[in-house]
Design a protein around this ligand. Sequence first.
Ligand SMILES: [Ca+2]
Ligand SMILES: [Ca+2]
Length: 473
Amino acid sequence: MKRMLRHLVLTTAASILPAGCQALPSTAVDGLPLPVIGLGTAADGRDPVLEWRAERAEPAAANVLDGELLVGVAQADLTPAALAGLAVRRLPGARFLLVQTAAAAADDLGSRLLADPDVRWVTRHRMATPATEPFYDGDPLTPYNPALRLLKVQEALLEILGASRVWTNTCVAVLDSGVERLHPDLVRHVLGGFQTSEGFDPTVPPPSADYDVNPGFHGTRVAGVISGAVGNDTGAAGIAPGCLILPVMVADPKSGQMATFSILGGMWLAAHLNRPEAPYPWLQGVGDGTPVHVVSMSLGFEGVESRIAAFDEMAGLLRRRGIVVVASAGNAGSAVTAPANSPGVIAVGATVPPPGAEALAPYSNFGDGLDFVAPGSGIWTTDGANRASGLPDYAKAYARFTGTSAAAPMVAAMAALVHGRYATELAAHPAPAAWIESRLRESVVDLGEPGWDPYFGWGRPDAHKAVTGPFVP
Ligand SMILES: [Ca+2]
Ligand SMILES: [Ca+2]
């Protein structure tokens, strides 16, 4: 750093010298003594001749400017004899210059220059390419979601997507209060939803549900954590941005309550939608025909620590269909509740995210049956605020979301990322849900006591690690 600062100061001083002024003494340009000049004797151990040879052996690259060489010289303003008569450009005070010659002559010129004791190095002149645009630029709230950095989400997306931002081979069913699907961070990938409350009858299509009945827009917040659009200059971004979301309104539109049978109906729907086993025609051809791969349930029965056998059964059905089931551990600071405590369900507790020390959130349930933790406090996500006052103002509809309700969809989204990454291999795998779960387990950052422990489960999954590397059945 110190060296760079010196350089900047001197560069600035040089730039205000009047035209035609002599350059600064060469030994003072970076405040350091000159390297020993001569073939293969650069002070930093690099061998300019070998580097030049290696460069010449490269295939002709599109970013090389033909006939142009950058030449490191012993002193600023020095022009090697071999450059006589050629066009030379230089920056005041700098111990290098740019020379232009005929394209066919450049290689020979470079070799001759390296034989000159006044020449330190020679390299081709190239065009730089713009740095890859970070995925998480452009969403103004993203910098306030340190959880995304903690989980290595951008790295994971780059691993999966390369240059493409379109990713629609994976569907997450959000069993909740519905989703405000016209939200600009959701509108392009949230499917028309279904309602399984109010007397769900699987033989006929349930009512559609494209809004959120919860006054706190709970389902909309969950959907944003999973899939909020990235890079659209709007709001925040999710962990699996643009992933398909199937909203299943398991909450009663009038009371907002979630009856056990409504939730079980939602799980049944997710197990059958767009699958060949589906017993009724309405379950086929929904949306673009993509089946559900992950079920996310940010709900629970606080105070009920015993398992509910019906959830054991339905989670077992979902897993046999290859569907990952994730649920929040609960927010009472006590034992993991149903349905998260069912063996087929991944139970997720919440941690307090950085900048503080990473610790179990004081509200998070923990103990037997806890599988993973994820950040769950103050997560910026999509909201439905302002809808009640008339026309929705979705541009302002963002909120901070806290609880294991925010942590569970993070793990659901990471399961979706793993599915998206290995979708082809998983389609032929006998137990995709178990495979995805074990992949998440292999990716974890172990917190607390080594290995599984009651406060962090197996640990916090790392999105990048989970989607990196070959598929090992
Ligand atoms: Ca966004
Ligand atoms: Ca641990």
